[in-house]
Structures are given as C-alpha cells and as structure tokens.
Design a protein around this ligand. Structure first.
Ligand code: SAH
Length: 353
C-alpha cells in the first residue's frame, strides 16, 4: 500500500466511505502525495498531452481571439490576462508571442496564473519569467480591471460526485474498503435536490455527475467580466449535459483503473458545459466544437504558412498536429469551447452569437 492509499484507508476507517469528489481531491491535490502536487505530468515522457503541447497553433489562435475581443471592447488600457491551470505555461507563451504584433495589448496586460501544483508553478516560471502573479484560486484575481481569461483542461481536473438513478431518487457512488483495497460502492437512496432537473431525462441505472466547484468558479468569472469587461474562454472535453461514468485515469498515455495506485495517475471527468453556462449571469456563446472554433479562427491558413518552412519528419508531425487538434475523429469534436462575455459586447471571434 502506498502512503496515499494508507492515508485514504485510514480516512475511510475513521469516517466511512468517501465521495468520489473526496477521493479525487486527495488523489490529485493531497499536499504531500497528490498527483499534481508531486510532478509535471505533461508531455511524451509524462502521462498525457494537451492541445498547447501538441502545437503552437492552438495558443496562437486563442491569442488572436483574445486580442480581437480586447480591440472590440475598446482596448482597455489595463487588463488581467489570466489562465486557470496553465500546465507548463506553453499556452500562455504562445498567446503572448501571437499577440505581440497587436499594438498595446501586451503593455496593457498583467499576467495572472491560477495554479495549485508547485512543480507546475516552477515550470511556468521557467517558461514565462517572473512578471507573473500566481494565485491559489480565482478569488484573488484583480477586480479593478477587465479580465481576459482562458482555461484549457482545467475544469476536467476538478472533483466530481457521481449518482446512480434509483427509482425516484439517487444513490451516490462512494469509495470504500474491501479486503484492505479501495472499492467502489453505493450510498443510501436519497432525494438530491441538485439533480431534480435530471429526473426527466434519466432512467433507472443511469449515472450522472456533478462538479460542485465548477459553477461557483464560472459564476465569479462571469460576474467580473460583466462588471469590468473581458472574455473567459473554456476549452475541455465534455458535452452540454453529463450522462454516464466519465471518470478516467491516465498513466503513461494509457487508461488505467481510477482506484489503482491513486496519486500516480491523472484523474479527470468530462465537463458538463450546461452547468458552466447556467452559472454565468452574463452572455455566453453556444457550445462550439474545438475543431470548428479553430477553423473559424484560421488555423488551416496558419498551418499552411508554417508548413512552408518545414520538411521531412517535422512536416509530417506538423500535419498530424493540425489533424489532431481539428479533426472530428480526434480532438475536434470531443473537445468543446464556451466563451463568456459581457451582455453588451459582441461575441469573441470563433464563437456563434
Ligand atoms: N492547461 C494546461 C494543463 C492542463 S492539466 C494544458 O493545457 O497543457 C490541469 C492543470 O490544472 C494543471 O496545471 C494542474 O496543476 C491545474 N489544476 C488542477 N486542479 C487545480 C485546482 N484545483 N486549482 C488550481 N489548479 C489546478
């Protein structure tokens, strides 16, 4: 048994089975043994890869989207350029490089990164330098200026709870102990007011997920953007409404069992974009597949321009990266984008009204 498994077993013995969200929070962010607390998980040598690590074009398109929104909103003289869960800082570095040609944009920006992982904060410092303010949560982001924010594969890392439909109510999926090993089980049948709207579209045995932290974060971002201006762009895998078990563990680019060796694999769940959209009082875009969003921003023209300088294996991997980001059978459709923007502003480029 690893130290984290022993800690989880002690918690279960003392207080009974854990919610999936409690298990996920410990596995990812336990202060001494958590997955993100102890490592940089990204890249070929790590456990998973992400769009900004696949190609610089991803961050370039997001940068152009943010800069055009900034211009459309009257290029405010001071704004917070913020990212939630910035990984290695690659996306932000690409955003900054792509927007350098937009007069005044970089000068008006102060950089704010919300990051829980010490090793990833160090990686971000190495990529982006010291002119950055790090935050433990969105609560300390500046409130006195416009907020231009991006979150790629952040919301999927937030802990979820899972519920199995049972007659007129729900039984929560829990993590307990059996023969000294972690095992899934089910809690008592309860009414769940937060899931009332799901009684109509679920059947006996269906599983639904909720992410308790997601809506409050989105609501706070939306409120700030409505009051101060700006745009929030969320990119993640998921769909309009959650249905089914999407809890997934990845180690060395392979799916593994979520309860196996907690703290040594990434844990994620699909994002319920309906819950994010409903949390924002200000305007939000229609949910847009990542591939459509990137195509509208001109990723193919950019890919062709970059291809001119490449040959051989570098050209092949560039073409594969473009396909991976945009093709419906790769990330193009599984990943979705949603933007929140002020009610009186035009939607950011790449998003439908
Ligand atoms: N956006 C990056 C990394 C995605 S991995 C990319 O696309 O490459 C998830 C990121 O969210 C990591 O940086 C992780 O440390 C961070 N993270 C996860 N849970 C968090 C939390 N509760 N608060 C702040 N950051 C968190």
């Amino acid at each position: 048994m690893s130290d984290l498994e022993a800690h989880l077993a002690a918690r279960i013995r003392a207080g009974g089975p854990l919610r999936v969200s409690e298990f996920m929070a410990e596995a990812l962010l336990n202060p001494t043994h958590g997955y993100y607390t102890t490592r940089d998980p990204l890249g070929a040598a790590g456990d998973f890869t992400t769009a900004p690590e696949i190609s610089q074009m991803f961050g370039e398109m997001i940068g152009l989207c943010l800069a055009q929104s900034w211009l459309d909103q009257g290029h405010p003289a001071r704004f917070a350029l913020a990212e939630l869960g910035p990984g290695r800082g690659t996306l932000m570095a690409d955003i900054l490089r792509a927007t350098r040609a937009v007069p005044g944009f970089t000068e008006a920006a102060t950089l704010h990164l919300v990051e829980a992982s010490p090793p990833l904060r160090a990686a971000q410092r190495a990529t982006l330098g010291e002119e950055v303010t790090w935050h433990d949560s969105i609560d300390t982001l500046p409130e006195d200026r416009a907020l231009f924010l991006v979150a790629n594969e952040f919301f999927d890392a937030l802990p979820i709870r899972q519920f199995l439909r049972s007659g007129p109510g729900w039984r929560e999926r829990l993590v307990g102990l059996e023969d000294e090993s972690l095992r899934f089980g089910l809690g008592d049948l309860l009414a769940q007011p937060a899931l009332h709207h799901r009684l109509a579209d679920t059947q006996e045995g269906d599983l639904v997920e909720i992410c308790p932290q997601a809506a409050p974060i989105m609501a706070a971002i939306g409120t700030r953007i409505e009051a101060q201006g700006g745009v929030g762009i969320v990119i993640d895998y998921g769909d309009w409404r959650s249905l089914g078990d999407t809890l997934q563990a990845m180690r060395a680019h392979e799916k593994v069992a979520p309860l196996e060796a907690p703290g040594t694999a990434d844990l994620t769940a699909h994002v319920d974009f309906e819950a994010l959209a409903n949390a924002t009082p200000s305007a939000h875009s229609r949910l847009t597949p990542q591939g459509v969003f990137l195509e509208r921003l001109g990723i193919t023209a950019r890919a062709q321009a970059l291809a001119k300088g490449l040959s051989g294996a570098a050209l092949e991997s560039h073409i594969a990266a473009h396909r991976r980001l945009t093709h419906p059978e790769e990330m193009g459709n599984l990943f979705k984008t949603l933007a929140v923007y002020p009610t009186d502003a035009t939607p950011p480029p790449g998003f439908e009204a």
